[in-house]
Design a protein around this ligand. Structure first.
Ligand code: XIL
Length: 381
């Protein structure tokens, strides 16, 4: 089950119509006490997002699916224009790269790597250890011997890659809550120990220490039981000599006019990481607006755009320099995939039109969210 944390949002944000829906004007936080109606350029900011990001020494990119990359020329052109970094959607997961013991297959991943080389896009390797997307011959956690053979084969294939610059060494290894772990200190999934993770990071460094190493996690974008333990594990790894360069905050976010946004907690996580000298990386950003839904798609798109802007402003205030959205167009978003669509949207088809989590719509047209992201990079100091 993929975990998605309902990411809270300040009651202070709303558009006028959403305010009318709520029936009250809740201004918990606002600079000048007006309704928080962000204003984005009505026409698209013409510069590519990768260029706006680079102007501030930052990277913008997206997850890429190799199947659509090969069959959808419009999608490929959009990625080439907008992205300075890219993450394979599934092509570097264990079930894709080592389908049978010792049998490695990089065909689909290399389609993405070749595309990245052609368009001068950095490639982020996702992921060497995850409790999902495992081939049938691997149980979780894999034996250290299985894991070391896997790491040797996969990292070895990209050791001299001109594009691959970073790895998610491990992904989603902290339990969602105390009931899913026996580990009170680090909250690690059953079967995992901090020593196992430390050994993985050290072994990876023995294979290829030229890449950046990240620990990637979901639902840590605020002060919580989970983010506390994730930060404690990162400190443990650092203190015990692991090469850990960055920490990936997936950022599959839920915003709502019905509950507040933990901006303070989120900023405290970013600060803690900077204090640990482990760079916070936004690795899988997409945004759902939770119920109560607005009356129309125009209001929804503005809520999504405002949420992107508010979130990225906080990121850039903490010197985040890499932002990867989990896809670039709603057309291929995993959130619209019935296998992963949140239950409350799957249950009511009329709600599904409100799942518009990414910068471009299903017709590959830019949405307000794309302008909001552009503006966040433009305004970053
Ligand atoms: C998702 C992909 O987008 C889907 O296409 C795939 O079927 C399942 O995995 N957290 C992660 C990503 O780290 O690897 C997941 O990607 C989304 C949640």
């Amino acid at each position: 089950m993929l975990h998605r944390r309902k990411f809270l949002k300040s009651a202070g944000y709303t558009t006028l119509s959403a305010l009318l829906t709520m029936g009250v004007l809740k201004q918990k936080q606002s600079h000048n006490n007006n309704v928080a109606m962000a204003s984005y350029p009505s026409t698209n900011v013409s510069s590519p997002l990768r260029q706006l990001a680079a102007a501030k020494g930052k990277l913008y990119g997206a997850a890429i699916d190799s199947v659509y990359l090969q069959k959808d020329a419009g999608y490929a052109a959009l990625l080439a224009r907008e992205c300075g970094i890219a993450t394979p959607n599934g092509e570097l997961k264990w079930n894709a790269t080592e389908p049978s013991p010792g049998v490695f297959n990089f065909k689909s991943a290399d389609v993405i790597a070749d595309f990245c080389q052609k368009y001068n896009i950095k490639l982020h390797g996702h992921t060497l250890l995850w409790n999902q997307a495992l081939p049938s011959w691997v149980s979780f956690p894999p034996t250290m011997q299985q894991l070391q053979k896997h790491v040797t084969g996969v990292m070895g294939h990209y050791k001299n890659s001109p594009v691959l610059k970073s790895w998610d060494i491990a992904n989603e290894i902290i339990a969602a809550n105390p009931n899913e772990t026996n580990d009170t200190t680090y909250g690690l999934l059953l079967g995992l120990t901090p020593q196992y993770i430390l050994e993985l990071f050290k072994f990876a460094a023995s294979v290829d220490s030229t890449k950046l190493f990240y620990l990637n996690e979901t639902s840590v974008e605020g002060a919580s039981w989970r983010s506390d333990r994730w930060l404690a594990l990162i400190e443990y790894l650092k203190n015990n000599g692991a090469k850990i360069d960055g920490a990936g905050l997936q950022s599959h976010l839920w915003f709502s006019t019905a509950y507040p946004f933990d901006a303070k907690g989120f900023s405290s996580v970013l600060k803690r990481l900077n204090d640990l000298e482990v760079k916070p990386i936004i690795t899988e950003l997409d945004i759902i607006i939770d119920l109560p839904l607005p009356n129309n798609i125009q209001d929804l798109d503005r809520m999504v755009a405002d949420s992107y802007k508010r979130y990225l402003d906080l990121c850039f205030a903490a010197d985040v320099d890499t932002v990867i959205t989990w896809g670039i167009t709603d057309r291929y978003s995993w959130i619209r995939d019935l296998n992963y669509m949140p239950a409350k949207f799957k249950a009511d088809r009329s709600r599904q039109q409100y799942l518009r989590p990414l910068p471009y719509d299903r017709n590959l047209q830019p949405k307000l969210a794309r302008n909001a992201i552009a503006q966040a990079f433009q305004q970053a100091t």
